[in-house]
Design a protein around this ligand. Structure first.
Ligand SMILES: [Zn+2]
Length: 325
């Protein structure tokens, strides 16, 4: 257990978006000035900083792309929220979440964690995986079975489809069932069903990256993620209920389905996907100082540790879903 995580070269870039929007009624895009003098832009990306004024002006924002300059999301239908969250090898944690309340627009971001951008070599300063009880929740989770498909259209040529699909499914089980080495029992997370391959792409745009429009299909796929990101998950929720999720894995050269013997900066595919499934199931990042947990935003290279949950990871999932007696 002690040597579970040896090398941490990763930092993550997290984007959580929070946008409150206007009524779902497709209010016509306005061009007239409101009292504050702002206008509803007919087209184009909307900056987060202008959201309060646009919301107050009654602008129709559902379906519009909102950006804070680094991350962006498409405002979901009324009553729904969307957020994106990822893990990478460098960069800083950054958050943007968008909620369409139907009555108002709010925007916010998660706390930036500058330490995430720092290369680090050991997990020695963090509690051991089975002694670290830290977790944070997104405050929404699945109340029924999760059905998903895989889009391998942009999978790296060096990967084998059969292995990738297998590890995606195993990673789902790692998180959903709470696989751990701490002696904790299996979780009672609702079932998941892999429905096979699809040509439907995850609704994630690699610029930003940004979360695209809401739909009911849950897709795991590949793409050229920016900024050293290894994985990115967008999830849509209605209050406490998760409604949909898409996941994109980077198709660059620094992840592998088997860690090589001479590893220096290779990241474990199944571990990355396990972390991203954590976001799908409602787990948020732990913050710094928890390098032995799967849900820390910093991923260590050359190790498969993230495939199994640490105590905090298990406790967070258990709080949402409970476990078998
Ligand atoms: Zn993450």
């Amino acid at each position: 257990m002690t040597a579970r995580r040896a090398l941490a070269l990763a930092a993550s870039l997290t984007t959580v978006a929070l946008v409150g929007a206007t009524t779902s009624a497709p209010a016509p895009a306005r061009t007239a000035s409101d009292q504050s003098g702002s206008r509803c832009p007919a087209t184009g990306t909307i900056r987060v900083s202008t959201l309060p004024a646009l919301s107050a002006a009654g602008c129709a924002l559902a379906g519009r792309t909102v950006t804070d300059g680094r991350a962006s999301v498409v405002v979901p239908p009324a009553g729904m929220s969307v957020a994106g969250d990822g893990i990478g090898v460098r960069g800083e944690v950054h958050g943007l979440t968008v909620t369409n309340t139907g009555t108002s627009v709010r925007a916010g971001s998660t706390t930036a964690d500058r330490s995430a951008g720092r290369a680090t070599t050991a997990r020695a300063g963090s509690p051991a995986a089975c002694q670290d009880r830290t977790f944070n929740l997104e405050h929404h989770h699945w109340k029924s079975a999760l059905r998903y498909r895989a889009d391998l259209g942009r999978m790296p040529a060096r990967f084998h489809a059969k292995t990738v699909v297998s590890q995606i499914r195993i990673a789902n089980g790692n998180m959903r069932k709470g696989r751990n080495t701490c002696g904790k029992p299996r979780l009672r997370t609702p079932a998941s069903h892999y429905l096979g391959r699809t040509r439907v792409k995850p609704h994630i745009n690699t610029d930003g990256p940004s979360c695209g429009a809401y739909d009911t299909k849950n897709v795991v796929g590949f793409g050229n993620l920016p900024g050293g990101l290894l994985g990115w998950t967008c999830y849509w929720y209605v209050g406490p209920r998760m409604a949909a999720a898409d996941m994109m894995l980077d198709n660059g050269s620094n992840m592998a389905t088997t860690i090589p013997q001479d590893c220096s900066a290779t990241y474990d595919f199944e571990g990355i996907v396990t972390h991203e499934w954590g976001h799908v199931y409602g787990m948020a990042h732990t913050g710094s100082g928890h390098r032995n947990l799967t849900m820390q935003h910093v991923l260590a290279a050359c190790s498969t540790y993230a495939r199994t949950l640490g105590l905090g990871d298990w406790l967070g999932m258990n709080k949402m879903y409970g476990h078998r007696r």
